[in-house]
Design a protein around this ligand. Structure first.
Ligand code: SAH
Ligand code: SF4
Ligand code: F3S
Length: 441
């Protein structure tokens, strides 16, 4: 039906890397003539870009795929694609194929380069299922990307993970570490600067090992200092940083840079040395604390955030107490906490639980309670401070803007819409647990 407008919808689950992949899928779809929509009823093409990191995420996706069945019945020409980390798992892909016949395309994590051709084929012929082998390791460059025109953007600098933490599915679904060339990353950042992007977040499962697969040493530190030189990029962030690989040089570059935010996401996972060993994290408390102390010595204003897993199979009450004590010692600005979720095929999936579900749930609540008090205490210290913030948009409250400070904390303040996308100075007037309130200077 030439001339008729076609709509595409990409729904994203999971981490920032998936968000960035979805922006690329959207870019490709737009180039193929689709108009983006958020309305499932209207869409001629629907993609779910999925996450496999925890069971909850997977359940939600299966539920949503089920819900597409009646849409497909009403509109048989519609194409449904399930992409990303869930699809990459052989068992999930088989289940999709046998139990969800309304799904037309099952695409693993490295199908992007072949996606346009596959979609053409599905539109004219048949269903497809593309699960790549681990060895396929090309990176596709120059993908049209839908950057949504905002003032912030993600740039993936590497894909995959070599670490095999015993609880984690990511290395199995994302394959081994592959870095993009420095030229490719820098040209993407320059292009974003030209488009008016002010803040870039460099993404990878373990950014500190950027370039190692290309034979570089201190590749990430070098990349950071190069991005720092790009005119127009006012703020640089990165995640995630594996503590075992962060170098002194990276901290030095951060502290000496013009634009790298003094903010570090340094996933701890657990404060117990025994658990860290069983998780295969390759650092212990002492090493972790020495990094934190070194970093704080170089950057006294450093904001630190982390990821914590509660209820790893062998976690006892004493192990959990070690995590709590780390929270109190490091004083994180905020934490992302997760209850351990068993992932088939990982080493931890074979371990027996030493705690009950109720005990684990109680620990999780306690963790949040301890952290909330710390976050509030740190926020309270900001009262009266003058901070630079990047205005991101209008908040739900009338006449109030929402912005982020260098630490990536939300700062809300009354102001005019014309300030969106700009960096302005505000005075922090009141602290809450998760946000700061301020007034424009
Ligand atoms: N590469 C990043 C983490 C990516 S996954 C890093 O190492 O820092 C994001 C977070 O999900 C992890 O840091 C971990 O806290 C959590 N996570 C991973 N696997 C999990 C599992 N099986 N159950 C619960 N949380 C998990
Ligand atoms: Fe998972 Fe560990 Fe790799 Fe992070 S470093 S993605 S937690 S295996
Ligand atoms: Fe999830 Fe895949 Fe990211 S498993 S956390 S979407 S790398």
């Amino acid at each position: 039906m030439a001339g008729e407008e076609k709509f595409a919808l990409v729904e994203t689950y999971g981490c920032q890397q998936n968000v960035n992949d979805s922006q690329k899928y959207e870019g490709i779809l737009m180039e193929m003539g689709y108009t983006l929509t958020t309305d499932r009823e209207k869409a001629d093409f629907i993609m779910f870009n999925t996450c496999a990191v925890r069971e909850n995420a997977e359940k939600k996706v299966f539920g949503n795929i089920g819900a597409l069945k009646h849409l497909k019945a009403k509109k048989p020409d519609m194409v449904i694609a399930i992409a990303g980390c869930m699809s990459q798992q052989e068992d999930v892909s088989k289940r999709l194929k046998s139990k969800y016949p309304h799904v037309d395309m099952i695409l693993g994590t490295r199908a992007m380069a072949t996606f346009p051709a596959l979609l053409e084929k599905v539109l004219t012929e048949e269903k497809c299922r593309v699960i790549e082998r681990q060895e396929i390791d090309y990176i596709c460059e120059n993908v049209p990307t839908n950057y949504d025109g905002g003032c912030k953007a993600f740039v993936s600098i590497m894909y995959g993970c070599n670490n095999f933490c015993t609880y984690c599915i990511v290395p199995y679904v994302r394959g081994r570490e592959r870095s993009r060339s420095m030229d490719a990353v820098l040209s993407e950042c320059r292009l974003l600067a030209e488009k008016g992007v002010k803040e870039i977040t460099l993404l990878g499962q373990n950014v500190n090992s950027y370039g190692k697969d290309m034979g570089m040493t201190e590749g990430f530190a070098t990349l950071l200092s190069e991005v720092d030189k790009i005119e127009g990029i006012e703020r640089i962030r990165f995640m995630s940083s594996h503590p075992k690989d962060i170098s002194h040089k990276v901290l030095e570059v951060m502290s000496e840079s013009r634009h790298i935010c003094h903010q570090l996401h340094l996933p701890l996972q657990s404060g117990s040395d025994k658990l860290l060993r069983e998780m295969n994290r390759v650092y212990n408390r002492e090493r972790y604390l020495s990094i934190v102390n070194k970093a704080k010595a170089l950057m006294p204003d450093l904001a630190i955030t982390t990821d914590i897993i509660v209820g790893f199979p062998t976690e006892t009450e004493a192990d959990f107490e070690d995590t709590i004590s780390m929270l109190k010692e490091v004083k994180y600005d905020s934490i992302f906490s997760f209850i351990y979720s068993r992932r088939e095929g990982t080493p931890a999936a074979k371990m027996d639980f030493v705690s009950t579900e109720e005990e684990i749930k109680a620990r999780f609540d306690r963790l949040l309670e301890v952290q909330n008090a710390i976050s509030y205490e740190l926020n309270k210290k900001c009262e009266g401070e003058i901070q630079e913030v990047l205005v991101e948009g209008i908040s739900k409250e009338d006449g109030v803007l929402t912005s982020r400070n260098y630490a990536n904390k939300i700062v809300n303040f009354p102001g005019d819409e014309s300030l969106v996308g700009k960096i302005v100075k505000v005075k922090i007037t009141r602290a809450q647990t998760w946000i700061l309130l301020g007034e424009l200077l």
